[in-house]
Design a protein around this ligand. Structure first.
Ligand SMILES: [Zn+2]
Length: 188
């Protein structure tokens, strides 16, 4: 698909640090937290203020001496949310605010910097459209009827998206159909 970066490695293949794992530390409600990844790497996370007194997390990585994993300091950024504010990571590579950091090339990086893709992106465009349509349909009753407790505005928004996705599915299908088959179909 044009415009979409072609990353071949998946997020599941790399150790990750989720904001939910360190939320207590980030908000100063816990002094430190340690976690062990399945490759035996231990990461101890501690709150810290950097030289400019900005809130950071110190990520102490305990890994075999010959490994490339390195400790790091990651800045936190405040982000508004429905109930006040909460912290999120600032990727040390691109400074993008993100909820998950991956260890790639021994460094903590966001998914984009680490050039990783989600499992769902590994599926071909046709299957992705089918998945999206099925997800929308699950929110509705049979025959795309409005569930009793759903607001009309929500229902209409779902229908609009469903319609747009159907159209996209049709055009994706046409662009993926082998040209030869298409010629056969068009020929009288
Ligand atoms: Zn990044």
């Amino acid at each position: 698909m044009p415009g979409r970066p072609r990353y071949h490695l998946m997020v599941g293949q790399f150790p990750r640090l989720d904001l939910s794992d360190v939320r207590e530390v980030a908000h100063g409600r816990a002094a430190a937290v340690s976690m062990t990844w399945k490759s035996g790497i231990v990461v101890r996370v501690e709150p810290r203020n950097d030289a400019l007194l900005r809130r950071c997390l110190r990520l102490d990585v305990q890994a075999p001496a010959n490994s490339c994993y390195r400790s790091a300091e990651v800045r936190l950024r405040r982000r508004p949310c429905p109930r006040g504010e909460r912290y999120a990571f600032q990727c040390p590579g691109c400074e993008r605010v993100c909820e998950t950091l991956f260890i790639r090339w021994g460094l903590f990086r966001c998914r984009i910097c680490a050039k990783l893709r989600y499992q769902s992106q590994a599926r071909d465009p046709l299957s992705r459209q089918h998945d999206a349509i099925a997800r929308l349909r699950r929110k509705l009753d049979a025959d795309d009827e409005k569930p009793k407790l759903m607001r009309w505005r929500t229902y209409e928004a779902i229908l609009t998206e469903l319609h747009a996705r159907q159209q996209r599915l049709d055009s994706t299908w046409l662009s993926y159909m082998p040209k030869r088959l298409l010629r056969t179909l068009i020929r009288p």
